[in-house]
Design a binder for this molecule. Structure first.
Ligand SMILES: C[S@@+](CC[C@H](N)C(=O)[O-])C[C@H]1O[C@@H](n2cnc3c(N)ncnc32)[C@H](O)[C@@H]1O
Ligand code: SF4
Length: 466
């Protein structure tokens, strides 16, 4: 790239579909590009542009951009395309690969996917004799990126609150074998000064920000410094400020009661924990930083003691565990009314897991079934019902104003049946509670405006799971 040229660069945030893009709370700002942006550079954010578009609309945006680059490439001193900032973005490459397939001029690419899977990214060639794709080493350190006001204004707000994105750490000191973070950061971890971090929060607050998303991969690993950070944030008394940790906290941090108390006092709205599994052998196989079940049990006790809200456990499935192993986990989580975020293990290049020998014992259909049960447990968590308890169905029905009748061999349940996009979770929860009560495993649940009908007819298969 001719950096001495008086032409400016075109910086592009590539579109990808990830859970972070769905919710205003975690909607990504183009932080990696803001980090390298110089005066005069043009920045196009396809994620923002495609926010409310369907798939065809998103591809149309990518096509328009391709057209713009292929025809006006020589008016820029360079074109840089960023593909994702977070580990999970590493396998959201549908639009990016389409872009690489159709770009006809030299470009630079950066971000998670080109860092994790260089070979594949470089394998895309246009009609040019030589590859037109070069990888720009990504500086993932966004701890002191200044977000200009126009970006604070134009990205989605959270419940009417102006939102910003921040990081106070860089990388992760742990070495979980399935996780792309160690590869992205070469196994390094850095923590910003506590006072500097608090000053950054203060600056954003003074510019009207009332919701901050921390995108750190492991914000609580330097636990004493993190507790200090929260103590100082608390002292500042930022009225109306809410905080959100997108990637979550270490399980072991929850054995520190100051940490638990301060999470509540400094108003973290969602609190995710990298629990993964309750079984020691699973945790050892993935090289998790803890493998003692007591760490999880203590975390749950302290979460209850300090009444920490918005808790979600990351739950990982799809190594070599059996269906029974996963059910044992689900029974424990259901008993504690935990909300789960279930991830089926993905094999990322350049992770230890990528070259590990193991045999997956569950079929994809079994994993989908277990994932839907985990969703049902999460849906039931506010009702404080354990769906594996034989009294769960009766408790749920009487405490929530439902009535039941029986018609031939059907149980008919009347009451609220619509829960928007969560209706399927309600349906699975009813199926599991019914099966716990009647000690069966092949019930069929049908939901209509008139109510819910459950039969115990054997139709079987996983089609009845949602
Ligand atoms: C940033 S970590 C959670 C917080 C903290 N760093 C910790 O591990 O305790 C986010 C989650 O991503 C999930 N994850 C990591 N590698 C994965 C992979 N290869 N496939 C699917 N999920 C993965 C794990 O469930 C992990 O808990
Ligand atoms: S602690 Fe979290 S971020 Fe760090 S390697 Fe493990 S899963 Fe990844």
């Amino acid at each position: 790239m001719d950096l001495k040229s008086n032409k400016n660069r075109l910086l592009i945030q590539m579109q990808y579909d990830a859970s972070t893009n769905k919710y205003p709370m975690s909607f990504p700002l183009p932080m990696l590009l803001l980090n390298i942006k110089q005066d005069g550079d043009e920045l196009v954010d396809l994620i923002l542009e495609c926010k409310d578009k369907n798939k065809a609309g998103k591809f149309e945006s990518v096509d328009n951009l391709l057209n713009k680059i292929n025809t006006s490439w020589d008016t820029y001193s360079g074109v840089i395309v960023n593909m994702g900032e977070y580990p999970a973005d590493a396998d959201r490459y549908e639009y990016f690969e389409y872009f690489l397939d159709n770009i006809k001029v030299p470009i630079f690419v950066m971000g998670t996917y080109p860092t994790i899977n260089r070979e594949r990214v470089l394998s895309f060639n246009s009609s040019l004799a030589e590859s037109n794709i070069s990888i720009l080493e990504t500086d993932f350190n966004i701890t002191d990126v200044y977000i200009p006001d126009e970006y604070l204004e134009s990205y989605p707000m959270v419940g009417g609150k102006k939102r910003a994105v921040m990081k106070i750490t860089w990388g992760c000191p742990q070495h979980c074998k399935m996780c792309p973070v160690p590869a992205l950061y070469n196994g390094k971890y850095k923590y910003c000064g506590v006072d500097v971090s608090v000053a950054r929060v203060r600056d954003l607050y003074n510019r009207g920000v009332r919701f901050i998303t921390f995108t750190d991969d492991n914000i609580s690993s330097a636990d004493k410094r993190f507790v200090k950070f929260m103590e100082k944030v608390k002292k500042e008394n930022f009225k109306g400020l809410k905080l959100h940790s997108q990637e979550g906290f270490e399980v072991t941090a929850f054995s520190n009661e100051d940490f638990c108390r301060l999470l509540v006092e400094t108003k973290w709205v969602t609190v995710k924990l990298g629990v993964e599994n309750i079984k020691e052998d699973f945790l050892k196989k993935i090289g998790k930083y803890f493998f003692d079940f007591n760490s999880i049990d203590t975390a749950i006790k302290n979460i209850k003691k300090y009444n920490i809200k918005g808790v979600r456990f990351f739950f990982l499935i799809g190594l070599d565990e059996t269906e029974e192993d996963v059910l044992e986990n689900l029974k424990y989580f259901s008993k504690h009314h935990v909300e789960l975020r279930t991830n089926i293990i993905r094999k990322y290049k350049n992770t230890e897991l990528y070259d590990m020998n193991y045999t997956q014992k569950m079929t994809p259909a079994t994993m989908r079934k277990l994932k839907s049960m985990a969703y049902a447990i999460s849906w039931l968590s506010p009702y404080k019902v354990d769906m594996f308890d034989k009294n769960a169905l009766d408790k749920f029905i009487t405490e929530n104003g439902y009535t039941t009748t029986t018609k031939n061999d059907k149980l008919v349940i009347k009451g609220r049946t619509k829960f928007g996009f969560q209706t399927n979770r309600f349906k699975t929860a009813l199926k599991c509670m019914y099966e716990s009560k009647y000690n069966t495993n092949d019930s069929i649940v049908t939901i209509s405006d008139g109510g819910v009908e459950i039969t115990n007819k054997i139709i079987g298969g996983f089609d009845s799971w949602v």
